[in-house]
Ligand binder design. Structure first.
Ligand code: EPS
Length: 362
C-alpha cells in the first residue's frame, strides 16, 4: 500500500528521511555470484552528491555505503542486499520556520493532507536525499547489465533553464560538474548558475539517458511495457514533471513516414521510437528524457498559508540546490538501469528458452 518498493523480480525498497539518522535500501532478487564491494558505490554516489561544487546544495555528506547483508566473501549470495548510509550533516534548525507553513510548489501541503503528520526537516521523504539509495541500487544493476549483457547506461544534462547544448561531445560529459556535452559552454553555465544563485531563485532542467546494447525482447505487453515502467520509474524521482521515450511529444507533429524507423538487415535507419516498440525493446538504444521542475525551496518570498489557516509569506532558508537537475544525471541513469535489470530477469524467467530468433537487426 505505501509504495516504497518497485520492480517485480529485481526489487528495490528505499527507506529513510533527509534528516533522520540514516537512509537505506533493500535490494531483493539480485542473482548470486556478482562480485560486489562497498568501494564500487563511491563513483556514482559522488557524481550525485551535494557539496562537491558551488552549483549544488552545500550540505556535506560522505555518502559512505555499509553493506549489511547479501554479500559473502565479495560476492552476492542471492539473498536480500541491505545498504545503509548514515546522515551526518543535518541542520534541522533551517526548517524551524516552515514547521507551521507550506512551501508553495513543495510536497509539504500534499503530505500533510495525506498523512496528517509530516517531517518538515529537509523535506523528509520528499527530499532529493531519497535519490541516494536509488543510485546505490543502480550501481548493482549497471554492473550486472554490463557483465551479463554488455549493456551500457549513460546520461547527460540536455537543458538547463533555457540553455541547450550547442553540440554533443560524449567525452565532455564527465569532465564538468553539469554533465554537459559541450565543454565550450561550461563557462556560460557557470555564469548562469552564479547569477541564479545570487538572485535566490531556481530553475528546471532536462536530463537524457541512453542504454546501449539492450537486446530485443525486454518488456511485457500490455501493463508491463518497458516504456510504461520507465515512465513510472522516472516519474517516481522527486521533482520530475515529465518523461519522454524516443521522440516523445515531438511525435505529435510528425508523419508516419518520418517517425517510423526503417529496417534493413544491416541496421535501423533512425531511432525515433527510442528503442521500444509495443512496450518491448527493439535492440536499438533505449532513450529517455526527463524534465525536472525548479526547486521549490527558494529564498524569494512566496505567498502561502499556515496551519492556522492564515495567509503567510514563506522564505526557505537552508542549503538548497538552485537546480536539482544538475545532479540528476546519475539518478536517471540508475532508474533506467534498475528497470532494465528487472525486465531482463522477467524476460529470462518467462521467455529464456525462446531466443535468439532470426532475423536479428544489428
Ligand atoms: C534538499 C535540501 C538540502 C539538500 C538535500 C535535498 O538538504 P538540507 O535541507 O539538509 O540542507 O542538501 O540533498 C541531499 C542532502 C542529498 O544528498 O541529495 C531538499 O530540500 O530536497
Amino acid at each position: 500500500m505505501s509504495s516504497n518498493s518497485f520492480g517485480k523480480l529485481f526489487t528495490v525498497t528505499t527507506f529513510g528521511e533527509s534528516h533522520g539518522p540514516a537512509i537505506g535500501c533493500v535490494i531483493d532478487g539480485c542473482p548470486p555470484g556478482l562480485p560486489l564491494s562497498a568501494d564500487e558505490f563511491e563513483a556514482d554516489l559522488g557524481r550525485r552528491a551535494t557539496g562537491r561544487t558551488r552549483h549544488t546544495s552545500q550540505r556535506r555528506e560522505d555518502d559512505a555505503i555499509e553493506i549489511l547483508s547479501g554479500v559473502y566473501e565479495g560476492r552476492t549470495t542471492g539473498t536480500p542486499i541491505a545498504l545503509l548510509i548514515r546522515n551526518t550533516d543535518q541542520r534541522s534548525k533551517d526548517y524551524g520556520d516552515i514547521v507551521e507553513t507550506f512551501r508553495p510548489g513543495h510536497a509539504d501541503y500534499t503530505y500533510w493532507h495525506k498523512y496528517g503528520i509530516r517531517d518538515p526537516r529537509g523535506g523528509g521523504r520528499s527530499s532529493a536525499r531519497e535519490t541516494t539509495m536509488r543510485v546505490a541500487a543502480g550501481v548493482i544493476a549497471k554492473k550486472w547489465l554490463a557483465e551479463r549483457h554488455g549493456v551500457r547506461v549513460r546520461g547527460y544534462l540536455a537543458q538547463l533553464g533555457e540553455l541547450v547544448p550547442a553540440r554533443f561531445d560524449a567525452e565532455a560529459i564527465e569532465q564538468n560538474p553539469f554533465f554537459w556535452p559541450d565543454a565550450d559552454q561550461v563557462p556560460e553555465l557557470e555564469r548562469y548558475m552564479d547569477a541564479l544563485r545570487k538572485s535566490g531563485d531556481s530553475v528546471g532542467a532536462r536530463v537524457n539517458a541512453i542504454a546501449d546494447g539492450v537486446p530485443p525482447g525486454w518488456g511485457e505487453p500490455i501493463y508491463g511495457k518497458l516504456d510504461g515502467d520507465l515512465a513510472a520509474a522516472m516519474m517516481s524521482i522527486n521533482a520530475v514533471k515529465g518523461v519522454e521515450i524516443g521522440d516523445g511529444f515531438a511525435a505529435v507533429a510528425q508523419r508516419g513516414t518520418q517517425h517510423r524507423d526503417e529496417m534493413h538487415l544491416d541496421g535501423f535507419t533512425s531511432n525515433h521510437a527510442g528503442g521500444i516498440l509495443g512496450g518491448i525493446s527493439s535492440g536499438q538504444p533505449v532513450t529517455v528524457s526527463v524534465a525536472f521542475k525548479p526547486t521549490s525551496s527558494i529564498l524569494i518570498p512566496g505567498e502561502s498559508v499556515n496551519l492556522a489557516g492564515e495567509p503567510v509569506e514563506v522564505v526557505t532558508k537552508g542549503r538548497h540546490d538552485p537546480c536539482v537537475g544538475i545532479r540528476a544525471t546519475p539518478i536517471v541513469e540508475a532508474m533506467l538501469a534498475l528497470v532494465l535489470m528487472d525486465h531482463a530477469l522477467r524476460h529470462r524467467a518467462q521467455c529464456g528458452d525462446v531466443g535468439p530468433v532470426q532475423p536479428l537487426i544489428p
